[in-house]
Design a protein. Structure first.
Length: 745
């Protein structure tokens, strides 16, 4: 049967049987995607095409300014909406899908949601997951997020967020993989793979959305949504790699960022959305704006009005407008005036129809709405178990004096101080709108379940940060075998629009630790937070410190497993922790200067009132065992196509417990044509070593290890000396020199 006839038959079926026709589309055989889409496009009016470019937000679950005033149902029925966000649950999704199928051409909707660290089952915040340096585990975590979301009707998640950031004042650091472009790229790739699975169209996969393109993690003064100003070299070498990695991993969609990039808002930035993304990287998927950001071109003062905003965004290459209605109201006029070509609209609509096709929505618009699958999947043992394993691996041991940890089995009574240890809400983390908070295991719950006697005290007021029950907390400590103090932030203190001018842990929280330490009891301080914080008094007084971030549904169990040594911590910091506010933004990968930092030396890159040393460097994290690194060696390569050479290093577990270590490889290009970082991460491997065991770890040295982008964005590898550094943190490495014999430009 000819495609035209098949489409006519499909439309006939839809008209005759309403929504149910969708389930019975075998007879319209959608075998040929391109013909199906082009014939469908031929039948669409300009209004219907523009409708596909409009995305509406559901009522109630706002992730931006509200949309309560909109006649949503009418819009959908009239084909004025192509995709929706913030519609949660199969019942609601069915409702809107059935309205879409009542539109003239019965084109199904795509449903999208921010599944940032868990749909119903909460996972650690993405920054915490990145601390695991465990790519397979992060892929599995993303897979679980997709499994639950897709089982409950969602087709699209606005994740992963891959914005590099050096600035912990910016609250959204909690959503990304931290400060490093290499780690960020690997994590981006793992997350895209996890979310999208084998292929789009599997009912257990979702479309990923790489965001926020581009440079959103570098707002001036750390204020969310603020202007971004960076050189092309800076962008290409530090910020761009994770976006590119995610696109190369096959991400179906990309979201433009709120900020400007080189003085043009990303929403209307043709260089980013068309030249770089489509022409240079060959991206074939959908570009969606951020929430209302097309209309916000007026606030940026680059557009005079909504019509101008629509023209600029569309001409730049932005397909879908999220929430604001500049396209819906003005694109038609712009076509009629000859300012926008209808064939370009066809291309954008074609991309959207293509994704609907690939998701199988033309075959069956309700294929993601299966209650039995949803019941089977959500909160299943696989997902809970993965959440637990991910959470254990996300914990970073920052200090452990006098072997305070792990607790022995003799610790049976603990004083648990701080309401964060009891708060399901906070353990879910900052972007957990759909997470079932009633199923979060807090530390308090987990301790009780293990038969530990818990003497709980609030200790300090989480809102004011002031000490609220000092005497009672001290008494609790006296009666206990050990003290666990839960410090940090409330979930709503990090995340979107949660920039902070002060990263210091409130004085009351720190003072409390100082007082508790005087009891002489073993004290463990837990930092439950969404970003690097400053806590120098805690560092001084607490013999043991764990950064536990916000770990999601299995938070309590994971923390207990670490405290009692059932899991030996292996996390490493994905962001530098500053020692004071003046150092922020702080990162390990700074560039060489003419006057390098030298302690106590005048006229060099430093502060007169502070050290430049962070509290904890990037890549830092302890274990309950100890590791010894051998000297790194360069081994020639027999296969120069694969690698120029190899770096080999021996690592031994010298302690008495099994453990995992993240072996890190850094490189310094000794002399280059442009200024280069003092060191850059270019490889890591997480190795498990039994007590007493040794292993050899090998890293290939390739163009990617050695090269950089010059200021014209040409990838360059220079001939000459490179210093390789290996070790267990960016500040604790051993060096070897490698000579690269030829250049490549
Ligand atoms: C705004 C955020 O910047 C973005 O990350 C998110 O996906 C959208 N809102 C939709 O909720």
């Amino acid at each position: 049967m000819k495609i035209k006839k098949k489409i006519a038959l499909w439309l006939l079926c839809c008209c005759a049987f309403g929504q149910t026709a969708a389930q019975d589309r075998e007879d319209i055989s959608l075998n040929d995607k391109q013909s199906f889409i082009s014939h469908l496009l031929e039948q669409m009016t300009l209004d219907e095409k523009i409708g596909q470019l409009h995305q509406c937000s559901g009522r109630g679950n706002f992730t931006g300014p509200d949309t309560l005033h909109l006649p949503l149902e009418e819009y959908v029925r009239q084909g004025k909406v192509g995709t929706m966000l913030n519609i949660i649950g199969i019942k609601e999704i069915r409702k809107y899908q059935s309205l879409a199928l009542q539109s003239r051409l019965h084109i199904p909707l795509i449903f999208g949601l921010d599944i940032i660290h868990g749909y119903r089952t909460g996972f650690p915040i993405p920054l915490a997951e990145a601390a695991s340096f465990d790519l397979a585990m992060m892929e599995e975590a993303a897979r679980c997020n997709a499994l639950e979301g897709a089982a409950d009707g969602q087709n699209w998640t606005f994740a992963p967020m891959v914005d590099i950031s050096w600035d912990a004042r910016w609250g959204r650091v909690m959503e990304g993989a931290g400060e490093d472009p290499y780690l960020g790229s690997k994590v981006a790739e793992a997350r895209v793979k996890g979310l999208q699975g084998e292929q789009l169209g599997d009912t257990c996969s979702m479309m990923a959305c790489v965001k926020h393109f581009a440079g959103y993690g570098a707002p001036m003064s750390g204020k969310d949504y603020n202007s971004v100003d960076m050189s092309m070299g800076q962008f290409a070498n530090f910020y761009m790699p994770p976006y590119q990695a995610a696109v190369e991993a096959g991400a179906a969609t990309v979201m433009s960022a709120f900020n400007d990039f080189q003085s043009i808002p990303c929403t209307s930035n043709r260089f980013l959305l068309t030249e770089l993304l489509r022409e240079r990287w060959g991206f074939k998927g959908i570009v969606v704006s951020d929430y209302n950001s097309v209309e916000e071109l007026i606030n940026h003062r680059v557009a005079e009005n909504r019509k101008d905003a629509a023209a600029q965004a569309f001409q730049a290459g932005l397909d879908i407008e999220m929430v604001s209605q500049c396209y819906l109201r003005h694109l038609k006029e712009l076509v009629q005036e000859g300012k926008v070509k209808e064939e370009v609209i066809d291309q954008a609509v074609g991309r959207i129809l293509e994704k609907k096709y690939e998701l199988g929505l033309f075959h069956d618009p309700y294929r993601f709405c299966n209650e039995a699958r949803s019941n089977r999947t959500i909160n299943s043992s696989r997902i809970r178990n993965s959440s637990l394993r991910m959470a254990e691996r996300s914990v970073v041991l920052l200090k452990n004096e006098r072997q305070t940890l792990p607790f022995s089995d003799m610790i049976r009574t603990v004083a648990l101080i701080g309401s964060l240890g009891k708060s399901q809400f906070d353990m879910a983390g900052a972007w957990a709108g759909s997470v079932d908070r009633s199923k979060i295991v807090t530390l308090y719950d987990a301790l009780i379940q293990r038969g530990i006697k818990v003497i709980y005290q609030e200790g300090y007021d989480i809102r004011s940060g002031k000490i609220s029950s000092l005497n009672a907390s001290l008494q609790a400590a006296q009666q206990a075998d050990a003290v666990i103090v839960c410090l940090g932030e409330r979930a709503e203190q990090s995340g979107e629009s949660k920039s902070k001018a002060n990263l210091n842990l409130p004085e009351g929280q720190q003072l409390l630790v100082e007082e508790l330490a005087k009891t002489g009891k073993p004290i463990v301080s837990l930092l439950m937070c969404g970003r690097p914080l400053i806590f120098n008094e805690v560092r001084r007084h607490s013999p043991a410190i764990l950064c536990t971030w916000w770990l999601g549904s299995e938070a309590g169990n994971a923390i207990c497993n670490v405290l009692w040594g059932k899991y030996n911590p292996s996390g490493k910091l994905p962001m530098t922790f500053p020692a004071n506010m003046g150092q922020v933004p702080i990162f390990y990968q700074y560039k060489s200067t003419g006057r390098p930092t030298r302690p106590h030396v005048h006229y060099c890159t430093s502060y007169i009132d502070s050290s430049t040393e962070p509290a904890y460097p990037f890549g830092f994290g302890l274990s309950f065992t100890s590791f010894r690194y051998g000297k790194p060696e360069i081994i020639p390569s027999d296969h120069p196509d694969h690698a120029h050479a190899f770096l080999r290093i021996n690592i031994s577990n010298t302690g008495s417990r099994d453990g995992e270590e993240v072996v890190q490889l850094y490189v310094q290009d000794k002399v280059a044509r442009i200024t280069r970082p003092v060191k850059e991460l270019k490889g890591f491997q997480k190795v498990f070593l039994k007590a007493g065991e040794s292993k050899t770890v090998t890293f290939p040295i390739t163009d990617e290890t050695l090269g950089y982008y010059d200021n014209d964005m040409h990838f360059t590898v220079e001939k000459g000396e490179f210093i390789f550094m290996t070790g267990g943190s960016s500040h604790d490495t051993q060096e070897v020199t490698y000579f690269h014999p030829f250049s490549k430009i």
